[in-house]
Structure formats: C-alpha cells, structure tokens
Design a protein around this ligand. Sequence first.
Ligand SMILES: C[S@@+](CC[C@H](N)C(=O)[O-])C[C@H]1O[C@@H](n2cnc3c(N)ncnc32)[C@H](O)[C@@H]1O
Length: 218
Amino acid sequence: MACCGHCQEAGELFTDEKARTELREYRRNGAPNTPTRLLIDGLKTLDLSSTTLLDVGGGVGMIQHELMEAGVSEATLVEASPAYLKVAENETRRRGHADRASFRHGDFVDLAPKLPEADLVTLDRVICCYPHMTELIQASTAKATRWYGLTYPRTRWFLRWAKPVTDLYCWWKDMDFRIYLHEGVDEAIQSAGFRRFYQTETFLWNVALYERPEAVTT
Ligand SMILES: C[S@@+](CC[C@H](N)C(=O)[O-])C[C@H]1O[C@@H](n2cnc3c(N)ncnc32)[C@H](O)[C@@H]1O
C-alpha cells in the first residue's frame, strides 16, 4: 500500500497489536479513556438522527461505532495507520454498519479535497499526533457543515516538560513519530467560523464541541 510520510510515522506507533488490544478493551469496557468518553457523551446530547459523520484519525472507530448506534446515518473514517483502519472496518462489519460506512487510508490533510462534507467532524486525540495544526484544523473545519468536536492536550507546564522525554523515547525507538502540544487550537477553530458551545477538561485533555452559528439558525 502506498504510504505518505505521516502514515509511515503513524504506522510505526499505531500498530496491529495495539489496535487489536484497544478493540478488545473497547468491546469489554466501552471507550477506555476519559476524553473519548466525554466527547461521545457530549455528542450524544445532539440530535444526531440522519446526520453524517467524518471521523479524522478515528483509531479503532469508537466514535463512529457509538454514534452510528445513536442515529448517525452515514460515516467516513480516515486513518493514517493501516492497522487501525483495518480493525475499525472489521468491527463496523461485525456491528452490521458496513453498508453505511466508508474507510479511507491516508493523511487527512492530503485526502481532504476528495472527501465529502459531513454534518459532524470529529478529531479525538489527533491534533497532538500531527505537526501542522493550522492545516489540519483548516481542512477539517472546512468539511463540517454543522458541528465540530475534538479532544486535544492541555498545554500544562509539566506536559511541556514531558515533551522532550517523549521525543527522546521516539528517537530511541527509531521512530519519526512525535507528540505535539499545539497552542491556539480554540482560536483556529473559532476563526474558521465556529462557536464553542461545550467545553470541559480532564487532567490532561481539553474536550470541546463547536457549531456553525448559521447552521443553527437555519
Ligand atoms: C492517539 S490516536 C487516537 C485514535 C482515536 N481517535 C481515539 O481517540 O481512540 C491518533 C490517531 O490519529 C491518526 N492520525 C494522526 N494524524 C492523522 C492524519 N493527519 N490523518 C489521518 N489520521 C491521522 C493516527 O494514525 C492515530 O490512529
């Protein structure tokens, strides 16, 4: 399979074994990490019936699986890691949603011009895996006709201090992959025409939901 530079990096970290472990945990206990659960709970308060979803960096597909069961009619999942994409696709088939879902492998920013718009676009713990925050937010907000939901790391001082340690770990493991603590995420989303209507934090993560004001009044 042809692979972009970013997909190569994502594939080094988000491996087959990791994907299978995450899926096993998700099947057993539901979404295993708090920001994902908070994002899903926030999104479930919206009227999702007959809406479309575009999940960027969807991992094993937790958001997609949950929201398809909560009314989303069609979903597209984009993943840089082929292992995660395959696991997400198999799980979608197992849940009987395959005819309403599509799966795309690649760097979302490269694929975006060819992807459909959706009522809701989600990025759960993805911005921190990508070096070009502005491009990722511009490309993904442009696809969201109604809502935009995401989780991303808080820029706390100890995370800043931990960053060189994670960089060193990746270097030691001979991986090009890095974690990024981007500033200005909220501002970038608001300047793309979105209004934040929900925000919460965990110890490490921001969880936020946005809407397009013009889509709310029409
Ligand atoms: C930390 S994981 C989170 C997965 C899932 N959203 C979750 O919260 O369980 C980040 C995922 O985003 C994917 N990813 C990162 N940048 C991407 C991009 N530019 N295009 C597509 N996928 C991307 C990675 O391959 C990885 O599977």
